[in-house]
Design a protein around this ligand. Structure first.
Ligand code: IVH
Length: 664
């Protein structure tokens, strides 16, 4: 037995060493075949002797855990974000602010790339990876440990055996891996991801961890939370490296803003060459002992700032302009472009918004255009390049008919957008179905736009009511290309489950114009059932706080259409719930529910935390104080909002009073 255990331990040590060299240092020391041979040997031994299987074994990186949902996890300390700088002046201001807090103190900065991924918090207990948690709203994140465990560059156990070690960083997908995933998705007729960050986010939130394992997520770590242990950020990074974490190599200590600025330029020059996306540079005071002195605002530390790179602008040829139809019938014009590399991805399509946008700029097919891509925003055409060739090109004229159903397009007086008003337009229906099943609406998993299109084309679904009849066609669905028994079963389960959603999700999913997620919830909280809402008059609706005449009219118009009432009847027949149940966590408190709040000043936690808390109680959080405001929640150093509230006689609550009110 001892021999077996020794063998297992040796395999683990070797595999961990080789994995670290490969995934963290990017410097393999054995070839893949040797790695795989040892891994298979270890898998075999652990199967034979399960008593020797430990949670930190390299075999545990392959995934296979399937979660029902991710649990919420409260961060020990909120995960803050950073304020932004866009130019040198902003950096000098940042420096001035620091100087104000700590006169005459010498300090330097640490300057490192801002990785464009998702922040993650890793918690190790007694040396073992205990939790991997997303940022979430900063206070509560999602426990995605099962997926984090599949990330090869994140060690399952570390040499620091303290009871609690927390390290934060960024999970990302390399540009290479991103292109690979998208190619695969394209081949499978699945929708492609817009950029590596979305792909990483989609992967980290997969309930089946073998998907995460197959997609090769990666992670840079940049924040060691126990600041007692070191005096500087740079020392803490060295420690992270010693513990086998992946730490970015482009970080550097800079002595003043001039040096900071130079290093920013240097990192920016490297940007294209890097195999991962960065969207800026983070500048931190290097000296940990100054952090508390320099302090925090409600949302972000004052000891760090993110320098955002300007959106990259490129030139390319506009090959064609084509229109698409959204679920409301709104027409969007798009450009098809000669492929061009921007910020690490190949772009061959960009939005041109609406007809006015194109006409005002006199953008012409066949000409050269400037395009930009900022963050995860869809690429956008900015302007034409008026070279010699440009004037020879024909002026563009807007479409007169819907590109999908050929019916005439309409434009409402004073609005820039054109609409297809044919209620039977196939594209509108498909987009409407896509909205209905989306996460914030009925949250039906397994109905991607591609599958919806297929079901629509094959006459399985013509409206949202038909989704609930799909269970009658199980065998036909299985035969459909790329569906398969397992995915059909999952889909039907998800559809069945959605029948019990709280009514606000259904109401939002119906896609009534101007009824967004918030409005749907407000109306659902106020009136509880669809029957009550459908019986309301325009005047009744307008009375509701936050519902203006536009929304009121839109809701009335919707219920005046027979087809829509037929749809509600059909959904009722299928036993889809039409009553507001209160979302998980929605609480009732007569003093708070449906009241309006403004939040101001510095509170003990970021404002978003209080906003979420209030919304859980069904309160409305607004930005400006008016006579209609019920309460002002005022933290320290509250300014003009507090003055205005005092003047208008709005009830003012301190944080303590507020917490008492909700009984916390
Ligand atoms: S330090 C207190 N360093 O950028 C916040 N953040 O808004 C400490 N990010 O949410 C963050 N690269 O997800 C830091 N090298 C880096 C980073 C980085 C990316 C992300 C992080 C944060 C956001 C800033």
């Amino acid at each position: 037995m001892k021999e077996i255990l020794d063998k297992i331990n040796k395999l683990k040590i070797d595999l961990n060493k080789w994995g670290h060299a490969y995934y963290v240092l990017d410097n393999p020391i054995v070839d893949d075949a040797e790695y795989d041979k040892s891994l298979n040997e270890l898998i075999k031994l652990e199967k034979e002797y399960p008593e020797f299987l430990t949670s930190d074994s390299p075999t545990q990186k392959v995934g296979g855990v399937v979660m029902e949902k991710f649990e919420k996890y409260k961060h020990k300390l909120p995960m803050l974000s950073l304020s932004n700088a866009f130019n040198k002046e902003d950096l000098l201001n940042f420096d001035d602010q620091i100087l104000k807090e700590i006169e005459n103190k010498n300090y330097n900065f640490f300057v490192e790339p801002k990785i464009d991924g998702l922040s993650i918090s890793l918690i190790y207990k007694n040396g073992n990876l205990f939790k991997g948690v997303t940022r979430g709203d900063g206070v509560y994140g999602e426990d995605v440990t099962s997926n984090v465990k599949t990330i090869k560059s994140i060690p399952l156990s570390i040499s620091d055996k303290s009871d609690y070690v927390e390290i934060r960083g960024e999970v990302f997908l390399s540009k290479n891996e991103f292109e690979k995933i998208n190619k695969q998705r394209q081949n499978n007729d699945e929708e492609i991801f817009a950029n590596p960050r979305n792909a990483a986010a989609g992967t980290l939130r997969q309930l089946d961890s073998s998907i995460a394992a197959s997609r090769k997520l990666d992670a840079f770590l940049y924040y060691f939370m126990d600041r007692e242990k070191f005096h500087t950020h740079s020392d803490s990074l060295k420690y992270l490296e010693e513990m086998d974490f992946k730490v970015n190599k482009l970080g550097k200590i800079c002595n003043n803003i001039e040096e900071v600025y130079n290093h920013i330029q240097f990192i920016q020059e490297q940007r294209e060459k890097l195999d991962y996306e960065i969207d800026g540079v983070v500048i931190k005071i290097n000296d940990f002992d100054l952090y508390e002195k320099v302090g925090y605002t409600a949302k972000s530390p004052k000891w760090a700032i993110a320098f955002k790179f300007p959106a990259e602008v490129k030139e390319t040829k506009l090959k064609n302009i084509f229109a698409t139809v959204g679920r409301t019938g709104r027409i969007t014009y798009n450009a098809s472009l000669e492929p061009v590399q921007i910020a690490g991805t190949t772009v061959q399509a960009a939005t041109l918004h609406n007809a006015d946008f194109i006409i005002q700029r006199d953008i012409r097919i066949g000409g050269k255009v400037k395009i930009k891509k900022a963050g995860d925003i869809i690429p956008e055409v900015i302007s034409p390049i008026e070279d010699d060739n440009y004037l020879k090109l024909e002026k563009w004229i807007e479409d007169k008919v819907c590109p999908e159903c050929n019916s005439d397009l309409e434009r409402v007086e004073g609005e820039v957008d054109q609409y297809c008003i044919n209620s039977q337009c196939p594209r509108k229906i498909v987009r409407g179905l896509e909205h209905f099943v989306s996460r914030d609406a009925m949250n039906i998993e397994g109905l991607s736009i591609k599958i919806i299109e297929k079901l629509f084309e094959n006459n399985f679904i013509k409206n949202v009511g038909d989704i609930y009849k799909l269970n009658k066609y199980k065998n036909d669905l299985i035969k459909l290309d790329k569906m398969g028994e397992k995915s059909v079963n999952n889909l039907l389960d998800s559809i069945e489950k959605s029948k019990n959603n709280s009514f606000d999700k259904l109401f939002f999913g119906l896609g009534i114009r101007h009824v967004g997620k918030k409005t749907a919830k407000t109306l659902a909280i106020n009136f509880k059932t669809i029957d009550k809402i459908s019986a309301l008059t325009f005047e009744d609706l307008e009375q509701v706080n936050d519902v203006g005449p536009i929304v009121a009219k839109s809701v009335c118009d919707w219920f005046a259409i027979k087809q829509n009432n037929d749809l509600i009847e059909a959904l009722k027949q299928e036993k889809v719930n039409m009553t507001y149940l209160g979302n998980e966590g929605t609480k009732n408190n007569d003093k708070i529910t449906l009241k309006s709040f403004v939040i101001t000043g510095t509170l003990s936690k970021p404002r978003n935390h209080f906003r979420d808390l209030l919304e859980e109680y069904g309160a409305k959080v607004i930005d400006t104080v008016s006579k209609k405001t019920d309460f002002l929640l005022a933290g320290k150093e509250a300014g003009s909002k507090l003055e205005k509230a005092e003047k208008l006689g709005v009830k003012i609550l301190t944080e303590e009073e507020f917490l008492e009110m909700i009984g916390e």
